[in-house]
Design a protein around this ligand. Structure first.
Ligand SMILES: O=c1ccn([C@@H]2O[C@H](COP(=O)(O)O)[C@@H](O)[C@H]2O)c(=O)[nH]1
Length: 225
């Protein structure tokens, strides 16, 4: 089985990002480039990371707009050859259908359900009633019906989603080797639990990138899987 860990490269400077990747690249399966990286370095930065590492690229752009705009954005990133792209499930069914139709062949389009930095209290404040579990299940069904490949959810929900959507592709961030919520992440589990519960991809950033010894941190996480 290939390594399911995608390193979240949330670093503002490209040279330190490349140096980090050089250290850990034998212990990860791919690279996740998100908003911070894309806004700072754009297409050029994505090409540079892809060429420097040879690893698969996951573009975590979390697109969320009207269907026509999101479809246009999906077409504009074909040239970057991402293996995974994220959009927001709350953009609605038509937006998800058009995003999938506009994606390149072989690119997995997955919908963010409820960010791992949110808990039930945060949800209530945005006007969404019920538990994170219910909200994730509802949006997973919508994403499935829209023809997407899978969803992004926390490790606290992935087991339940996997039972309903057996062949889905599930991306799980909010992973902490100690299993405790730290900083901005509220719905966390360990990488091992997420994998055991059915995650397809494990997204891990700061537990590796901010570790005193990123190579040792990446090795230690790999050894638990
Ligand atoms: O619900 C979500 C969706 C995306 N993310 C992204 O994953 C990484 C997690 O980084 P850590 O440093 O391991 O917390 C980050 O790039 C987020 O943008 C998420 O955390 N939760």
């Amino acid at each position: 089985m290939s390594n399911p860990v995608y390193l979240a490269l949330d670093l503002p400077q490209i040279e330190p990002a490349k140096a980090l990747l050089n250290k850990v690249k034998s212990h990860i399966g791919g690279v996740k480039l998100g908003l911070e990286f894309f806004c700072a370095h754009g297409h050029h930065g994505v090409h540079e990371i892809a060429h420097a590492t040879g690893l698969p690229i996951f573009l975590d752009l979390k697109l969320h707009d009207i269907p026509n705009t999101v479809a246009g954005a999906m077409q504009a990133i074909h040239v970057l050859e991402p293996v995974i792209v994220t959009i927001h499930a709350s953009g609605g069914r038509a937006m998800m259908e058009d995003a999938k139709a506009a994606a390149a062949d072989g690119c997995k389009v997955v919908a963010v359900t409820m960010l791992t930095s949110l808990d039930e209290r945060d949800m209530t404040r945005t006007g969404i009633k019920g538990s994170p579990h219910d909200q994730v299940m509802r949006l997973a069904e919508l994403a499935h019906d829209a023809g997407l490949d899978g969803i992004v959810c926390s490790g606290q929900e992935v087991g339940a989603v996997r039972k309903q959507w057996r062949d889905g592709f599930f991306v799980v961030p909010g992973l902490r080797p100690g299993g405790k919520a730290t900083g901005d992440q509220k719905r966390v589990v360990t990488p091992r639990k997420a994998r055991d519960d059915g995650a397809s991809v494990l997204v891990i950033g700061r537990p590796i990138s901010k570790a005193d010894d990123p190579l040792e941190a990446a090795r230690a996480i790999e050894a638990t899987l």
